[in-house]
Design a protein around this ligand. Structure first.
Ligand SMILES: Cc1cc2nc3c(=O)[nH]c(=O)nc-3n(C[C@H](O)[C@H](O)[C@H](O)COP(=O)(O)OP(=O)(O)OC[C@H]3O[C@@H](n4cnc5c(N)ncnc54)[C@H](O)[C@@H]3O)c2cc1C
Ligand SMILES: NC(=O)c1ccc[n+]([C@@H]2O[C@H](COP(=O)([O-])OP(=O)(O)OC[C@H]3O[C@@H](n4cnc5c(N)ncnc54)[C@H](OP(=O)(O)O)[C@@H]3O)[C@@H](O)[C@H]2O)c1
Length: 445
């Protein structure tokens, strides 16, 4: 059978999907609403797909945040341990250039609707420059990202100051001289609080539970490189050991006026930040409890404290969203997400999800391996297990970590275990550093 694969998205996941399909001689076209490769890593001060801000640096270190087919050494050996968003954008664009992917991408094209017809057919409706078009493909690859649709919190009362989500936070300057309240304990919240505290009159951070703040460096090494040394230990025991190490290094949360964590390490997605604790102890960021209600510009907290704020930045995470599917066809927005290896649907055999998992580490190394496995299946070198439905259920019921039941925790994987599980399915010589065979002329895409 001749395949003709459509890929939604040219972020870090979509480009590696495209590369690995073309590498195996499979016909593929990738679509992106943007004008270039990079997805979330194309910073823009205007509203866009991207949720990074002016000062965002990655939170996993470079040797654990690279494609094996095109490492940071292949790109620029001088890249720092934790590259900035702009270095990452350049890295992804260099990847696409190096492998010759650009002729296979339709930019400025929005995927509006994907209709599953049968096991060999998808009907895909796109829109470019106001023109709609419907085309048939044999397979569909979903790589549309999962950090772009803001999830807003709800509180009783009305806040009459400025209220925005971290998706729309671009830089600190507009908050100069203001009283700012940041909501959340994830990586966005801690980064945003640190940034606004540089210019604000006052910045506070409201946590609805306790979190452990992991520094970016331990013993002079990136902390994920230190943690990597214990990757052979089962995740739950490893996390216990990590929590002890962290306690020794930074002490108790109470020492910073922060609420203590009540769950084991790994029960919430880790927050990696070098500056928050420093800012708190320098009086630049004030810890606050959960919000009880609003009254005009006044915020009333759980402990009865009342304060006025000019701006609130809700760093409360993102919806898992696939707006191009009918809701009664596929809707993972409220979990669970029963996909084998977070990519194979239990019954729809011509559908793949790439990069739709949340590692305690970086996304694209796993997305690269998922893409290679997809290509192996399409060329007939790998067969999905017959008990795939059972395996999907098993992944949902036995996650690598027992996490708290909040929306952001439906697709978590242990980075090292996930990479290992994917590699087990691949041939030994899976690394391929050559440009893809040029199968078509640019005009044909
Ligand atoms: C502030 C911030 C910092 C982050 N830091 C890290 C980090 O340090 N490490 C890490 O691993 N992850 C991090 N992430 C997570 C981030 O989602 C991933 O790094 C990465 O961008 C995922 O790649 P992706 O290709 O799956 O998705 P994206 O990068 O989101 O790319 C998806 C692409 O699909 C396109 N698209 C979506 N829908 C459509 C459609 N309907 N039609 C056409 N095109 C469409 C978009 O335009 C986009 O180009 C961070 C996220 C945020 C918000
Ligand atoms: N520098 C970086 O590289 C960087 C920066 C930002 C983000 N990121 C990545 O981007 C992704 C998204 O991160 P994120 O921080 O934006 O979102 P997130 O990880 O989903 O965190 C959301 C935070 O908001 C809290 N929250 C959610 N709803 C709430 C409510 N109604 N009231 C109060 N608190 C609420 C969550 O609490 P619970 O714990 O209860 O769920 C959590 O603390 C993650 O993968 C993250 O690692 C990376």
């Amino acid at each position: 059978m001749n395949h003709k694969v459509a890929i939604i998205g040219c972020g870090p996941s979509g480009i590696t999907a495209l590369k690995n399909l073309l590498d195996q001689g499979i016909e593929a076209v990738a679509f992106d609403r943007n004008q270039d490769v990079g997805g979330n890593w194309i910073y823009s001060e205007d509203e866009s797909h991207s949720s990074v801000f002016e000062t965002t640096h990655i939170i996993s270190s470079k040797t654990l945040s690279q494609y094996e087919d095109f490492t940071f050494d292949d790109f620029d050996p001088e890249v720092a341990d934790y590259p900035s968003h702009d270095e990452l954008r350049k890295y992804f664009q260099a990847y696409a250039r190096h492998f010759g992917l650009y002729p296979y991408i339709r930019f400025g094209t929005m995927i509006l609707h994907c209709e599953w017809i049968d096991a060999n057919t998808w009907e895909i409706t796109t829109e470019k420059d106001g023109q709609k078009q419907t085309e048939r493909f044999t397979h569909l690859v979903v790589a549309n990202g999962h950090h772009w649709k803001p999830r807003y919190p709800n509180y009783p009362g009305e806040f009459t100051g400025e209220f925005l989500h971290s998706h729309n936070f671009k830089k600190a300057e507009p908050f100069r001289g203001k009283r700012v309240l940041v909501i959340g304990g994830g990586n966005s919240a801690c980064d945003v609080a640190v940034e606004t505290s540089r210019v604000s009159e006052m910045t506070a951070i409201s946590w609805r539970r306790g979190y452990r703040i992991v520094p970016k460096f331990i013993f002079g090494m990136p902390s994920d490189k230190v943690a990597e040394r214990s990757k052979w230990i089962p995740p739950r025991i490893r996390m216990f050991l990590n929590s002890i190490l962290l306690r020794v290094i930074i002490g108790k949360n109470e020492a910073y006026g922060l609420r203590p964590p009540t769950e084991p390490f790994g029960a919430t997605h880790p927050t990696i930040n070098d500056e928050l604790l420093h800012k708190i102890r320098h009086g630049k960021v004030k810890p606050r409890l959960d919000i009880k209600r609003f009254e005009g510009k006044k915020v009333i907290f759980e402990d009865g404290k009342e304060e006025e704020y000019d701006s609130i930045v809700a760093c409360t995470g993102y919806w898992l969203s696939h707006p191009f599917f009918d809701k009664d066809f596929i809707d993972y927005s409220n979990g669970p997400v029963p996909l084998y290896l977070k990519m194979f649907h239990p019954s729809i055999t011509n559908l793949y999800f790439i990069g739709m998992f949340q590692p305690l580490g970086c996304i694209w190394p796993g997305a690269e391996l998922q893409s290679k496995l997809m290509a192996q299946e399409l060329i007939g070198n790998w067969k999905r297990p017959e008990n795939i439905e059972e395996l999907c259920e098993k992944e949902v019921k036995n996650p690598d970590y027992k996490q708290i039941n909040t929306p952001r925790h439906t697709i978590t994987v242990d980075f090292h275990r996930f990479i290992q599980d994917l590699k087990k399915q691949l041939p030994k010589n899976y690394i391929s550093k050559n440009p893809v065979p040029q199968l078509i002329n640019q005009q044909e895409v």
